[in-house]
Design a protein around this ligand. Structure first.
Ligand SMILES: C[S@@+](CC[C@H](N)C(=O)[O-])C[C@H]1O[C@@H](n2cnc3c(N)ncnc32)[C@H](O)[C@@H]1O
Length: 285
C-alpha cells in the first residue's frame, strides 16, 4: 500500500474489517484512516488528492490489523472517545464509555446548585468530567476500586483542566465524605453472558468493569445496602443492564427511596434507575 489513494486504502481495510465480523467496517476504516492521517473524517471523502504514503502506510496497516485480527475497539486504537461535550482518553485500563451512559450525566444536570456528587465506578472518569464541564458549580468526586482506571481518570482531568477529585475505594467502604447524589455505572453483566459477549469486550475491556455475579446484580445489591445508611444522600442513579431495572427499583425502594423512576436509552431499554428521597424519608430508612 505505497502512495495509495485513500479510496483504495479504505476499500482494502473495509474488506479486512468486514471479513473479521466487525459491525461497522466502513465507519471503522474511515475513523482509523482519518486518525492515521491526522485529518477529519469528512476530508477523506471530499479531498480526492489525499493519499496514504510514507509512515502512514505502516500505521494504517497496523491499525487495521488491531481492529480486524485482534478485534480491538476502535476507541482504544484511536486512544480517545467523545462523551457529551468532552473527549476522554481511553485505553485498556478502563471501559470505553458508552453513549447510553450519558443518561447518568443528564440526571446529574438536574441537581441543585453546588451539590456534592460522587461518580462511583468512574473508570475513565467520563461521567464525572462531563458533568464538571457542564456544571462547574457541582463538587464532583470520582471513585473506583481499580488503581489503573483512576490513573487514567486523573490524566483525563489534568488534560481537560477540570477540577474533579478522584479516590480509590471499594464501593463506599472507607468513604467518609457525605454526598447529595451518587451516580454509578457499575459492573452489571451476568456471568452466564460471558460466552455471548463480543470479542471487543471479552478480549480487551477490563473484566472487573463488566461482571457482577450470577445475575449481574451482585455489585448493585452491595452498593444499595451501603447507600441506605448514608444520611445526606437524596439522589441515586444507577445504570443497569437490559431486564434489571425492575429488580433494582425494588432494591432502591427497600433502601428508603420513595420515588423511583427509570430512564430509557435510545434503544428503548430501561437503562438508568433513579431513586430520590427527602430528608424525612432518609431518617426513617
Ligand atoms: C462499567 S465500568 C464504568 C466505567 C465508567 N463509569 C463508564 O461508564 O465508562 C465499571 C467500573 O467499576 C469499577 N468497579 C468494579 N467493582 C468496583 C467496586 N467494588 N468498587 C468500586 N469500583 C468498582 C471498575 O473498575 C470499572 O472501572
Amino acid at each position: 500500500m505505497i502512495g495509495t489513494s485513500t479510496r483504495d486504502a479504505l476499500d482494502g481495510a473495509v474488506t479486512a474489517i468486514a471479513a473479521a465480523g466487525c459491525e461497522s467496517p466502513r465507519l471503522d476504516a474511515e475513523l482509523l484512516l482519518a486518525h492515521v492521517l491526522g485529518v477529519g473524517r469528512e476530508r477523506l471523502l471530499t479531498e480526492r488528492e489525499l493519499t496514504v504514503e510514507g509512515p502512514a502506510v505502516r500505521a494504517f496497516q497496523d491499525a487495521v490489523r488491531r481492529r480486524s485480527i485482534e478485534r480491538e475497539p476502535v476507541a482504544y486504537i484511536l486512544g480517545r472517545r467523545g462523551f457529551r461535550r468532552i473527549e476522554v482518553a481511553v485505553d485498556s485500563r478502563a471501559l470505553v464509555p458508552r453513549p447510553e451512559t450519558e443518561l447518568l450525566v443528564e440526571v446529574g444536570l438536574r441537581l441543585s446548585n453546588g451539590a456534592r456528587l460522587l461518580d462511583l465506578c468512574t473508570g475513565s472518569g467520563a461521567v464525572a468530567l462531563a458533568l464538571k464541564e457542564e456544571r462547574p458549580d457541582l463538587q464532583v468526586v470520582g471513585s473506583d476500586v481499580s488503581a489503573p482506571a483512576l490513573q487514567l481518570a486523573q490524566e483525563n482531568a489534568r488534560r481537560l483542566g477540570l477540577e474533579v477529585r478522584f479516590m480509590q475505594a471499594d464501593l463506599l467502604a472507607g468513604v467518609e465524605d457525605e454526598f447529595d447524589a451518587i451516580l454509578a455505572n457499575p459492573p452489571y453483566v451476568a456471568e452466564s453472558e460471558r460466552a455471548s459477549l463480543a470479542p471487543e469486550i471479552m478480549r480487551h475491556e477490563p473484566h472487573e468493569a463488566l461482571f457482577a455475579g450470577a445475575d449481574g446484580l451482585a455489585v448493585i445489591r452491595l452498593l444499595i445496602e451501603q447507600i441506605g445508611a448514608r444520611e445526606r444522600l437524596g439522589t441515586v442513579a444507577l445504570e443497569v443492564g437490559a431486564g434489571q431495572a425492575g429488580a433494582v427499583a425494588e432494591l432502591l425502594r427497600g433502601a428508603g427511596f420513595a420515588t423511583v423512576d427509570t430512564e430509557r436509552d435510545l434503544a428503548g431499554i430501561e437503562r438508568v434507575v433513579v431513586g430520590e428521597r427527602s430528608l424525612g424519608e432518609r431518617s426513617r430508612a
